[in-house]
Design a protein around this ligand. Sequence first.
Ligand code: C2G
Length: 134
Amino acid sequence: MKRVITYGTFDLLHYGHINLLRRAKELGEYLVVVLSTDEFNWNEKKKRCYFSYEQRKILLEAIRFVDLVVPEDSWDQKRLDMHKYHIDTFVMGSDWIGKFDFLEEEGVEVVYLERTPEISTTQIKSNLKKLQLT
Ligand code: C2G
């Protein structure tokens, strides 16, 4: 059984995230999503999430492509994760292209999938702000 892994914040879950998760799952039979904790998001990405880690986890676990959701609390856990979850393929969106090629040293295939254009959590938040002003 081919095991795939991907990482992210997945706040205000949208069709760009779903496109990524669907294509990631098409690369194997089991998909692990490593979900950024609230602390990691704030300390490392300066992202303040609308939904908490627990709420974002519930949403992801409801997606039929997703088999397991575990916490991401450090930039440095990826090498270990490849072995901990017996991963064959690591997947990220193309905005990360090249950033995680080092994981090939852990014996995994590294795949970057085209981002879905025009949609992002930041875009959603700014559009909502504009709506409030009208
Ligand atoms: N994504 C996408 N298309 C979009 C938006 C996001 O394909 N329109 C992808 C991103 O490329 C990423 C995944 O969806 O692979 C999750 O996106 P984010 O929640 O923004 O994750 P990010 O902040 O990039 O965190 O250690 C890696 C980080 O945790 C990645």
